[in-house]
Ligand binder design. Sequence first.
Ligand code: ADP
Ligand code: ZN
Length: 769
Amino acid sequence: MIARVSLEITLRKEFDYLIPPELTGQIEVGSRVQVPFGTRKIFGTVTALAEESGHANLKPILKIIGTQSLVTPKVLKLARWISEYYCCAPETALKSVLPEAIRKEKDGWKKQLFVRALDLSGEFPKLPKRQQDVWNLIEERREILLTKLIELAETTAATVRKLEDRGLVEITSEISERDPYAREHILPTQSITLNSAQAKALGEITKAMDAENPSHIFLLHGVTGSGKTEIYLQALAHALEQGKGAIVLVPEIALTPQTVERFKARFSSGKLQTLVAVLHSHLSAGERHDEWHKIRQGRARIVIGARSAIFAPVEPLGLIIVDEEHESTYKQEEAPRYHARDVAIMRGQMENAVVVLGSATPSLESFYNCQRGKFTLLELPERVDNQKMPHVRIVDMRQAREKGPPLFSPQLKEAIHQRLDRGEQTILFLNRRGYSTSLQCPKCGYVANCPNCSVALTYHRIDQRLSCHICGHNEKVPAVCPEPKCKNPAIRFAGTGTQKVEEVLAKLFPKARIKRMDADTMKRKDDYRHVLGDFRAGKIDILVGTQMIAKGLHFPNVTLVGIIYADSALHQPDFRAGERTFQLLTQVAGRAGRGDVEGEVFVQAFTPFHPSIQYARRHDFTGFYEQEIEFREQLKYPPVSRVALLTLKGRNEEKVKFSAEHLKRELEKTLKRASSGGASVPASRLENFPDGSPGVSSHQEIKGSFKDLIIAGPAPAPLLRAETFYRYQIMLRTRAMSALSRELARIIGSLKLPADVSLAVDIDPVSLS
Ligand code: ADP
Ligand code: ZN
């Protein structure tokens, strides 16, 4: 027998190896193996088995890693699709579907010594006192960890060994599973009786799950607190009843112990009792290893995790839930540049599983797919507790500006005062960390920029340094303007970051207990938990922060939310700037008034009439969608089309620019030809790899192949220089992205670039910078 192996080096090619007699029967598709390659030994994954090979002189596989195949055939198929659709090397895609901890050669289990009672007859000669004491403990428990026994019995290993010599106990080395949540105290919960909107939504989901062909995609649109999670929990129970497993994706930042506990608590007891495995980056490698194998062995039927949990080897898979589906963190920003929501949709289709996307502010992509009948829209229009949405007031900062620095409007200041008086809590949001966002010389116009990136340096008052938020470059604040001809000592800081907000607040409200939460203060793993714990316990009056505080936090005593500059995200050179602002404002505003008191939100803005701000004020998602989709239609931006962003980078700007122009000509030549010829790719080749856009028939796409293609650029990237590299971009837009990816792979495969210029392909990018 022959095994075809994809190696862990990017050769875009698979190799055949002999299966040696001693490994016969052990090697299957998905096995991890070690093989000889030239003079090296390399790891790889078996992608196929065959009777014979077209090649002669095959070398044998050296060894197999693990006792089970690690990449299930279904996940392997998904990896293939990723490599095709996202235009990346198959090896890169394959690598990303297995956690690092699983790819290791060494068996990653933790072994510990256990002592087990053997002779329970009681018919043995009397033991010396010390041995008898130890034996009593063992007899009572039957089995106990050696270290635990030594501690409890205040004894030594030697004494235990004596019992072993007598044949009373055995000491064995056994796997001791790590449980990252072992220390959490989890109280089981029961299903809640759903309200009618919830019941209707759940009914549709379970009906689809019971159907003969359950592949169906739902978008569950409901404000925070409308009971989405309860629907997820009951849909998960339904999957378990069907004898199937499920994957729940949540954004990394939402993977707080509270979130995880909610899922664990529901399935920790009762007849559906199952292990809930958790996969995310804060676990230790060992914990991740164990969690993953609990899934692979079928002991954990529900997986909750961040982006890469979409590759968890759950089988059979009945349901995939993607919470906060609009979150940009679902997109991986390095190769393979996949979007976990779209991979979820694809996996659902491949494995006949129902997919539920949930959000209070759906992405335009998903809502568009509902409008076109590709997804089914389920709406939860009200909060479960019938609470009103918080009252949102827009403060026009153009007026406030005349009186001093526009950091806090009088209205917001007054509102904070009230909360402090009443013992209620406030959250203040600003999307910029640091103290001042730039250092300028008013005399000569000098701005302190990063030497490696085309951005201004941010001033961090705490350590008195200027730092770059792109590359991390750090330098001392100059005493005078560094321009040799200027040397003005009166250089000025401009722009506001969270540090400054904190400082100004402390002056305005000297008695208030203020805490800041951003990437600068949250350096250690537990910081986040501690601060949120203190906030929940009422030990903090005002929480100031960035993005970090925008998401999924539930604090009943927060009755005021202030957004310092609502427009800061609006003026970014990105067609999604309006969408992001709408989402952010809606989310941040949602932090207010979750208890008995109605919440109030102050949105300070310099463009108060901007539609993103106005629709967010009215909590009107549909209104926002309708005006935004019109803009996207006009300019042929997603979701009306799909984008492929090609970024060339190198240290020599001229070369990068020249290479980009060369690539553009190649693209025009090849793709224009492909589009005039009609079907550029035989439809049959697409059968195994349906388009990432769910429900879009690949045949339809092929017919109109590239007729709609727009090639824009090359142009300098919005961030022209990052980490010393100059970057130029070409943006392609078409509806036929599957076909375009295929063409791109071909064109790029034969493209000759200078050695010091590299090219990154990003399909469906979420960041254009
Ligand atoms: P979301 O996920 O949309 O934010 P949740 O499912 O977390 O909403 O629900 C918010 C709160 O309301 C939770 O504490 C939840 O237990 C509770 N809840 C959900 N559904 C109901 C219901 N039908 N009746 C009473 N309480 C509910
Ligand atoms: Zn930099």
